[in-house]
Ligand binder design. Structure first.
Ligand code: ATP
Ligand code: MG
Length: 420
């Protein structure tokens, strides 16, 4: 072989693609129940968008982006997440001029240069929603509700929603001062990255993966204990909406989330069976993002991104099977040249009647044809040769029960419609 797939990427073969189709179609249907419409944005954007939209101090921007110069010397980045592109499109297409909120969903590949492991790839996929143009906590609750309904309708039971509030520009400012002096006292025991982030975005230190850092900040002041009255009220109202929807949540004051632009609500949905990469879904409110990337003032948003690979692992860990719907309704086994020709007409007739049908294409023996019919998982088979064509009669065999009955070949569509 010339080369394998690049490290951190995976092919999705027919052994799995039906699962993806299933998850995608369930997601589409549910989004439409909640009034969210699909948006598709480019796989790559100007690097500047992510620097500004995701944030200079995030792991994504500092370490994980697939960035390159194109032949026209433009700085380009493969999208590491879905929100920035959607918000850029919201501005570019003047969706802010319409009645608000604007409710969008997406399904997209994402690219991050990370160390590949189970549930962590360099090309992975996200389903996400964004409700832009409203700051009411009912939208936060709706978005969390949508994610929870999706996961629980797939059959997942052991899920935890953790919520937090990361404040707003008003309360964050005084909190940041508190945090900076707390961190300055510990400068010697914190990693370089934490020290670097201390001045730019000190809250990010809470998310540091370094164990020594974590051990030295166990009593770090937390934003949720330092909220202004407006943020407190927003958080309390969100909780009451979640209660109203009977969604059980826990408060995790340490969720700061990966992205710089989060304000107020931040949340994660964790599957309790998945081990180390257990976060299936993460989201939050981004009240300044539209303005941050050049749009009008006063358009806030809330959304989530759900990792599809992790979702599939979670389903597996919970022994939830997705059925392969791609069984072939009927496989036609042919004997001789005349049957080979006629079978092609029959095949076409079946397919034009929405019955999935297949036949041999390689002039193989009857035995080999049956082997192929097993591979395509056919529900019925029929063997057609000169005799059968002469009598217009052949045995239709139910492959599951083994039962056979004689049917008119010229009425095969009608006979199968009775069975399927
Ligand atoms: P983590 O802490 O696991 O790195 P994150 O905070 O970087 O997660 P987000 O940016 O919030 O993750 O992305 C949303 C979701 O996308 C995650 O909850 C996860 O399910 C999925 N995800 C993120 N990075 C990867 C990856 N490299 N491979 C597969 N899925 C991923
Ligand atoms: Mg990450």
């Amino acid at each position: 072989m010339l080369t394998g797939a690049p490290r951190g990427t995976k092919d999705i073969t027919p052994k799995e693609s039906y699962k993806w189709n299933y998850l995608e179609s369930r997601f589409r249907k549910l989004c439409s129940l909640y009034g969210y419409e699909e948006i598709r944005t480019p796989i790559f954007e100007h690097t500047e968008l992510f620097k500004r939209g995701v944030g200079d101090t995030t792991d994504i921007v500092q370490k994980e982006m697939y960035s390159f110069k194109d032949k026209g010397d433009r700085e380009i980045t493969l999208k590491p997440e879905g929100t920035a592109g959607v918000v850029r499109a919201f501005i570019e297409h003047k969706m802010h001029a319409d009645a608000q909120p604007t409710k969008l969903f997406y399904m997209t590949p994402c690219f991050r240069y990370e160390r590949p492991q189970s549930g962590r790839q360099r090309q992975f996929h996200q389903f996400g929603v964004e409700a832009i143009g409203g700051d009411s906590p009912s939208l936060d609750a709706e978005v969390i509700g949508l994610a929870m309904q999706y996961l629980s309708e797939l059959g997942l039971k052991d899920l935890t929603v953790s919520i937090n509030s990361v404040g707003c520009s008003v309360c964050r400012e005084s909190y940041n001062e508190k945090l900076k002096s707390y961190l300055a006292e510990r400068a010697e025991v914190l990693c370089d990255l934490c020290n670097d982030r201390r001045d730019k975005n000190p809250m990010r230190v809470i998310d540091c993966k370094n164990e020594t850092c974590q051990a030295n900040i166990t009593d770090i002041p937390l934003m949720a204990d330092n909220l202004c009255d407006d943020c407190k009220e927003h958080f309390e109202t969100l909780k009451s909406y979640l209660n109203e929807m009977s969604i059980k949540y826990q408060i995790d004051k340490k969720i700061v989330r990966g992205l710089d632009y989060y304000k107020r609500t931040a949340f994660e949905i964790i599957s309790n069976d998945l081990g180390s990469q257990s976060t299936v879904c993460g989201g939050g409110r981004y009240d300044g993002l539209v303005e941050q990337i050049g749009g009008p003032k006063g358009f806030s948003g809330i959304g989530f991104g759900m990792g599809v690979e992790r979702l599939l692992l979670t389903l597996e860990a919970n022994d939830i099977k997705i059925e392969n719907p791609n069984a072939t309704d009927i496989f036609i086994v042919t004997i001789g040249d005349r049957a080979k020709l006629k079978a092609f007409g029959i095949l076409s007739d079946l397919r034009h009647n929405q019955i999935s049908a297949d036949k041999d294409h390689l002039d193989r023996s009857v035995k080999a044809q049956f082997k192929y019919s097993n591979k395509v998982n056919s529900k019925f088979t029929i063997v057609i040769g000169d005799d059968e064509l002469e009598k217009d009669e052949a045995a239709l065999k139910n492959m599951e029960t083994g039962e056979q009955r004689l049917v008119k070949i010229s009425n095969l569509v009608g006979e199968l419609k009775k069975e399927l």
